[in-house]
Design a protein around this ligand. Structure first.
Ligand code: G6P
Length: 605
């Protein structure tokens, strides 16, 4: 979603804010702006476009040692210079940057306009600057003004506020949209994501929902919404600035796809026990008795996280023989779900901040559900809210479309399924088979990456198609869904995924030479059935690109990947589809890392 950066200290704020915004651009990138305080007045620059456009618009001498910046992903009001943040009050004393959505913005706006306030923008966020601007005159504390203003606000926010009359402090607050404080040497930072801080400090403090902080160059204080001070322990981030570089690759996406042999090895490290053929998952915080007590597993997540959850559900049913299914977190939280005491809930999120997933976790907790998190970002909101979980250790994922986090999540599910299986009926022999299979994954991913030239040519061949169908059966179906998701996200080619068996119940009507099919065809017990489906497509003159473990005359083109254990094959079958989507997007000249209309971390509903 949108990105926020704030700085207070002895240096000039603008270059630090611009650098931070660049690091956050993957969260939102349709407009950007910043404000600094100098000689008790505000200087602002706001532009439609990228952070680079903002940097070009900021003069070299843009002095001021305190400031806030924002990169936007529009929700209310089209991307434009005026709708870009920061927003100011009428006296141009207060500047605010905001992530999230103010739900009662229309009502507040009408009320303020009735009192003679003139609005500059169409955004919901501007009400905040006017509200705080009014309150600051009634109290001599910016903290108090922000607290009072927020009392009349319904919605979600992460905000940073400066007051030109108080050039030594910034007030930040969180409710639903992340805010992290960064602790420097006689300087302080705040941001919506550690990515913006990592060049300057690795000591961070996460705000909780409902918390507010006053940051000054020499320290910070945090408060609840009723102004009671809270105690916070700083925490050291184990990612460094190098993790956020593109490593010489043309795109972050290609870098992240290529890192997968390492990232999968990191997800597995120290977690396979060869003595009992079990998984060591210390973060679950569950003893064997509790682990045995679950009769169902429910997995929730959004986007690719949800599709990796479908792979996870399949793994858990197969290896642990517990009924398991995955559901989009956004649907789950709105349908008043029945929460059962003997169900294990698993929330998946790369960022750990996706609002719908977080809200679903909070709903589960409120109803007494046992929730684990499979999360990449250590210390993120979902990691903090869940009862235990598995960290992916995949390193930061910068490109909007998820690749390495998807794969590591599927690997984490394989470990969880092994763990749940081995306290039940999964035999030691099968446990060993899965442990050995898991250990082979990094090398096999390396092998698949060597197919890049072939996949690039195939992507060029198929990229002109107006749309593509993706099909898979049982283990192959979530792979097909994720393959279609990758292609549509980054190449904008229409892509639909269907269970192969469902094709004849409707979508077969679409098949023609203009709509090629990507068929996920592992060498499992369903191979013959899948080959029959390919025959049905062929009979309608559909072109077929098959991804599997062998070549077949039933397909026009084949990508052959190494075979692992049938249960683990979906993890490997996804990798060529990532490369296929990547090269299709490149062939079509798309902005691969920052696809239109999307954001990396969706911290609004
Ligand atoms: C956004 C991104 C997707 C991602 C989803 C879930 O929609 O565009 O690529 O899969 O959020 O993100 P999470 O951080 O919760 O895994």
């Amino acid at each position: 979603m949108c990105g926020i950066v704030a700085y207070v200290g002895p240096k000039d704020a603008a270059p630090i804010l611009l650098e931070g915004l660049q690091r956050l651009e993957y969260r939102g990138y349709d407009s950007a702006g910043l404000a600094v305080v100098n000689s008790r007045s505000l200087k602002t620059r706001k532009v439609k476009g990228r952070v680079a456009d903002l940097a070009a618009a900021v003069p070299a001498k843009f002095k001021g040692g305190i400031g806030i910046g924002h990169t936007r992903w529009a929700t209310h009001g089209a991307p434009s210079d005026v709708n870009a943040h920061p927003h100011l009050d009428q006296e141009q004393r207060i500047a605010v940057v905001h992530n999230g959505i103010i739900e009662n913005a229309d009502e507040l706006r009408r009320r303020l306009e009735g009192d003679g306030v003139k609005f500059e923008s169409e955004t919901d966020s501007e009400v905040l600057s006017h509200l705080i601007g009014r309150m600051v005159k009634e109290t001599d504390s910016l903290r108090e003004a922000v607290l009072r203003a927020l009392k009349s606000v319904v919605g979600t926010y992460g905000i940073a506020v400066v007051d030109a009359q108080r050039p030594g402090e910034i007030v930040v607050a969180r409710n639903g949209s992340p805010i992290v404080l960064g602790l420097g040497e006689k300087e302080m930072f705040a941001a919506s994501d550690v990515a913006a801080l990592i060049r300057y400090t690795r000591q961070v403090v996460h705000l909780e929902d409902g918390e507010l902080a006053v940051i000054k160059a020499d320290g910070f204080n945090t408060f609840t919404s009723d102004a009671r001070e809270t105690a916070k322990e700083p925490f050291t981030v184990d990612w460094d600035a190098g993790h956020y570089d593109n490593g010489g690759y043309e795109h972050y996406l290609l870098k992240e796809i290529s890192e997968q042999p390492d990232t999968v090895a990191r997800t597995l490290r120290g977690r396979i026990d060869d003595r009992f053929h079990i998984a060591h998952l210390g973060g679950l915080n569950m003893d064997a008795r509790e682990t045995r007590s679950f009769r169902r597993v429910k997995i929730i997540g959004c986007g690719s996280a949800y599709y990796s959850g479908q792979i996870g559900a399949q793994l858990i049913e197969e290896l642990a023989r517990i009924p398991a299914d995955a559901e989009p977190a956004s649907e789950f939280r709105y349908r008043s779900p029945v929460v059962e005491p003997d169900t294990l809930y698993v929330a998946i999120s790369q960022s750990g901040e996706t609002y719908d997933t977080l809200a679903a976790v909070q709903e589960l907790k409120r109803k007494g559900g046992r929730v684990l998190g499979i999360v990449n970002t250590v210390g993120s909101a979902i990691a903090r809210e869940t009862d235990g979980g598995i960290y992916l250790h995949a390193g930061p994922e910068v490109s909007v479309a998820s690749t390495k986090a998807f794969t590591s999540t599927a690997v984490a599910f394989a470990l969880l399924a092994l763990h749940l299986g081995r306290v039940r009926d999964l035999s030691p022999a099968d446990g060993r088979r899965i442990c050995d299979g898991l250990r082979r994954l990094p090398e096999q991913i390396k092998e698949i990456l060597t197919l890049e030239d072939q996949i690039r040519e195939l992507a060029k061949k198929y990229a002109d198609a107006p749309g593509m169908m993706f099909v898979g059966r049982v283990r192959g179906y979530p792979v097909a869904r994720e393959g279609a998701q990758k292609l549509k996200e980054i190449s904008y080619v229409h892509a639909e995924a269907y269970p192969a068996s469902e094709l004849k119940h409707g979508p077969l009507a679409l098949i023609s030479p203009e709509l090629p099919t990507v068929a996920v065809v592992p060498d499992d017990e369903l191979l013959d059935k899948n080959l029959t489906t390919l025959g049905e497509i062929r009979a309608r003159h559909g072109r077929i690109l098959m991804v599997g473990h062998r070549t077949s005359e039933a397909a026009d083109d084949c990508i052959v990947v190494p075979r692992n254990e049938v249960e683990l094959d979906p993890i490997l079958l996804t990798i060529p589809l990532q490369l296929f989507a990547y090269h299709a997007a490149v062939a079509l000249g798309r902005d691969v890392d920052r696809p239109r209309n999307l954001a990396k971390s969706v911290t609004v509903e």
